[in-house]
Design a protein around this ligand. Structure first.
Ligand SMILES: Nc1ncnc2c1ncn2[C@@H]1O[C@H](COP(=O)(O)OP(=O)(O)O)[C@@H](O)[C@H]1O
Ligand SMILES: [Mg+2]
Length: 259
């Protein structure tokens, strides 16, 4: 079992859409047993999977806050499809994040919980919140690899450097083995010179940029509104196909540690 954190402290770069669509692709087309983990208090991933109310059975009650949680992780996980499950979040997770600060082993609370279900899944995808707080640090501590969606614009590239610096810090102090699986250009429009330039800048800086870009499509938001991923909602859409190509790359990493 391998754990992938989908992270970038910038909001609106397609982290949640990527976690959801990649999860559906890996489970449906590559037959991996996938667990999606929502650790954003805004619970967008849970919502886009059709879970609007967790009835106090969310990751917040599993992790706890200043004191350990009382709910078993097994009781919070919901099956969405044959090979796809979700550990949902809700707004209570905001209190969790504040409480974790005073908790013993505060960086590895999530890692310890996910270890409980490691035999049940082949891959766990963690959808991180748009911050570099305790929840994101917990995800990066638990993860074997990180996937970094980013918009191809110079302002986003500057922000990405801050994220990569944080990742270096996590690597040296908490999780030496974490790999950067790849940077995923999102909302990409190949007709725009500034997008092309940003893509070349990332590649030129030696970053591991995926050989696939996700373009803009309204179908992704429409799918989320219907509690679906674009891959089931509009399978022929070019961006659904781009996510399938991404799943192929990630599947290769899962199998032999390389993309
Ligand atoms: N490739 C895309 N094209 C158009 N809209 C997208 C795309 N990816 C995501 N979106 C939409 O943009 C918004 C932000 O995406 P989201 O995945 O929630 O980003 P993040 O999790 O990084 O904040 C959402 O409304 C989502 O449905
Ligand atoms: Mg999100």
């Amino acid at each position: 079992m391998r754990i992938i954190a989908i992270a970038n402290h910038k909001g609106g770069v397609g982290k949640t859409a990527t976690a959801h669509t990649l999860g559906v692709a890996l489970s449906k087309h590559f037959e991996h047993r996938v667990l999606l983990v929502d650790i954003d208090p805004q619970a967008s991933l849970s919502g886009s999977c059709g879970i609007m109310d967790t009835a106090e059975k969310s990751i917040a009650e599993v992790l706890g806050g200043a004191v350990p949680g009382t709910l078993s992780i097994h009781d919070a996980i919901r099956k969405l499809d044959t090979n796809l499950s979700l550990l949902p979040a809700d707004i209570a997770l905001a209190v969790t994040e504040l409480g974790l600060v005073s908790r013993m082993n505060r960086d590895s609370v999530l890692k310890k919980q996910l270890a409980e279900v490691s035999s049940l899944f082949d891959v766990i995808l963690i959808d991180c919140p748009p911050s570099l707080g305790m929840l994101t640090i917990n995800a990066l501590t638990a993860a074997d690899g990180v996937l970094l969606p980013t918009q191809p614009q110079s302002v986003d590239l500057r922000g990405m450097q801050l994220f990569l610096d944080t990742l270096d810090q996590v690597r040296s102090e908490l999780n030496p083995a974490i790999e950067t699986i790849g940077v995923l250009p999102t909302f990409y429009d190949g007709r725009l010179i500034h997008h092309q330039d940003a893509l070349h800048a990332m590649q030129g800086a030696g970053l591991p940029v995926f050989p696939v870009q996700i373009g803009r499509t309204v179908r992704i938001a429409e799918a989320a509104h219907e509690g679906e991923s674009v891959l089931t909602f509009a399978p022929e859409n070019p961006q659904a196909q781009a996510y399938l190509k991404l799943a192929e790359e990630v599947s290769r990493w899962l199998e032999n540690g390389q993309v």
